[in-house]
Design a protein around this ligand. Structure first.
Ligand SMILES: *Cc1c(COP(=O)(O)O)cnc(C)c1O
Length: 425
């Protein structure tokens, strides 16, 4: 009797397969060995040909050690929170990779002593926003806001309009966030209208700051009024403006989107925003303002708990100093070029080329649509495309799956086409 078990290749022989040697570099020896042992077990049980052990082990292993799955974003929504908001430029990715080793993030190579953490990034921020005397980088926009209001108004009042008490997503509400560290909220005005006198009546000895929040994920229309930063800044207390999306200067394409520079020149003491929305960088929270106020924020004990790491600092600096961001490119994509690319895709995979309304998404420019084009396929494709490799996420509108090329770099058109063809066969 021939014993199939004797034909099962030895573990060290299988592990020498070049594909498994490469996988060991990516995934570590334990993980690769476990796959080999599992494949050998299948072979011993007669469920796998002994000659197929290496192939089976290779097939069991993931491409990389992280389970995060890269996605081709064919939704037409530029800042899709569930898809990780801003995609980074190659320049930012490169800077991040370089910074992931030992770096002089807080070290002065000339003196061999301590240096200001992230000083290159801070310099880039101040160059980008000359209206700011100082800047600080924290973990995200919510951290920037809570740290700033805590530092300026702990145990005192934060005066804020009722129309600006927003929920930023997944059940997190700004009022709860601000109150969580001890500042008290003093709500003024009504949901749709708040006047300067509402603020003036509320401001007193107990006021830590006035907070002006940009309602970035919804729009109130009709009978509305609000007070701008310039008027608030004349009430004699610090004004904190949370502009949200991280636009540093006014942008004619996004006329309703507040920007950091206008808020500062209007008289805001501190302006906060996110790094991974319209700024197009890594997840971060930015704090801009007067030297004294930013120093107060920086020295607050909570600042240490929301500090960013070296790779974030690197990616942020490269975003500010590097080439045009992918977010900018997607928002400004030429509709005629999008149509041509959609036509090319439709020729290859079938489907109709239809107009498609893209959006900024992710808490930026609500109500603004970005006119473009998409390839329309039957809705049943949506799930197959999501489950494919690469994973493609389209937008289902009524009974069709739209593939909008706005957020897909042109260099990925071929990969998208192949992914669609693969799920057709
Ligand atoms: C997005 C947003 C936040 C939260 O910022 P994160 O970076 O998501 O933490 C806070 N305020 C406003 C106005 C926003 O738009």
């Amino acid at each position: 009797m021939t014993d199939v078990r004797r034909e099962v290749p030895r573990t060290d022989v299988v592990l020498a397969d070049p594909r498994l040697v490469a996988a060991t570099g990516r995934l570590g020896r334990d993980r690769v060995k476990a796959a080999v042992l599992e494949a050998q077990g299948l072979a011993r049980a007669g469920r796998l040909a002994p000659t197929a052990v290496s192939d089976a082990a290779v097939g069991m292993l993931p491409e990389r050690a992280s389970s995060l799955r890269p996605v081709l974003n064919a939704t037409g929504i530029v800042l899709h929170t569930n898809l990780g908001r801003a995609p980074l430029t190659a320049a930012a990715v490169e800077a991040m990779a370089a910074a992931s080793a030992y770096v002089d993030v807080e070290y002065d190579v000339t003196t061999g002593g301590r240096a200001t953490r992230g000083r290159g990034t801070l310099a880039a921020l101040l160059e980008a926003v000359p209206a700011a005397e100082a800047a600080l980088v924290v973990n995200n926009g919510a951290a920037a806001l809570v740290l700033t209001t805590t530092a300026l108004a702990a145990d005192r009042e934060v005066v804020v309009s009722r129309g600006e008490l927003v929920e930023i997503g997944d059940g997190f509400r700004l009022p709860d966030l601000i109150a969580s560290t001890g500042a008290r909220l003093r709500e003024v005005g009504t949901t749709n209208r708040t006047s300067l006198s509402d603020y003036a009546d509320a401001v007193g000895a107990d006021t830590g700051c006035i907070l002006k929040v940009h309602p970035s994920n919804f729009r109130v229309e009709g009978f509305t009024s609000s007070v701008d930063v310039a008027d608030l800044s004349r009430l004699g207390v610090p004004v904190v403006a949370d502009v949200g999306s991280g636009l540093l200067h006014p942008d004619s394409l996004l006329p309703d989107e507040p920007d950091v520079t206008t808020a500062l020149t209007g008289g805001a003491t501190v302006v906060t925003c996110s790094g991974d929305k319209l700024l197009g960088g890594p997840q971060a929270g930015l704090v801009f303002g007067s030297a004294a106020a930013v120093e107060t924020v920086r020295r607050h004990p909570l600042a240490r708990a929301v500090r960013v790491d070296k790779t974030t600092l690197a990616a942020l600096e490269a975003t500010l100093r590097g080439p045009k961001t992918l977010v900018q490119q997607s928002i400004r994509a030429d509709p005629a070029a999008l149509k041509m690319r959609a036509e090319r895709l439709a020729v290859a995979v079938g489907g109709d080329v239809v107009p498609s309304e893209g959006a900024v998404g992710g808490g930026g420019a609500p109500g603004l649509t970005l006119p473009g084009w998409a390839v329309a396929l039957p809705a049943s494709y949506a799930e197959r495309l999501r489950r494919g490799t690469p994973c493609v996420v389209g937008r289902v509108v009524r009974d069709r799956c739209l593939l909008d090329l706005r957020c897909i770099p042109e260099s990925d058109d071929r990969r998208l086409q192949d992914a669609v063809l693969a799920c057709m066969s």
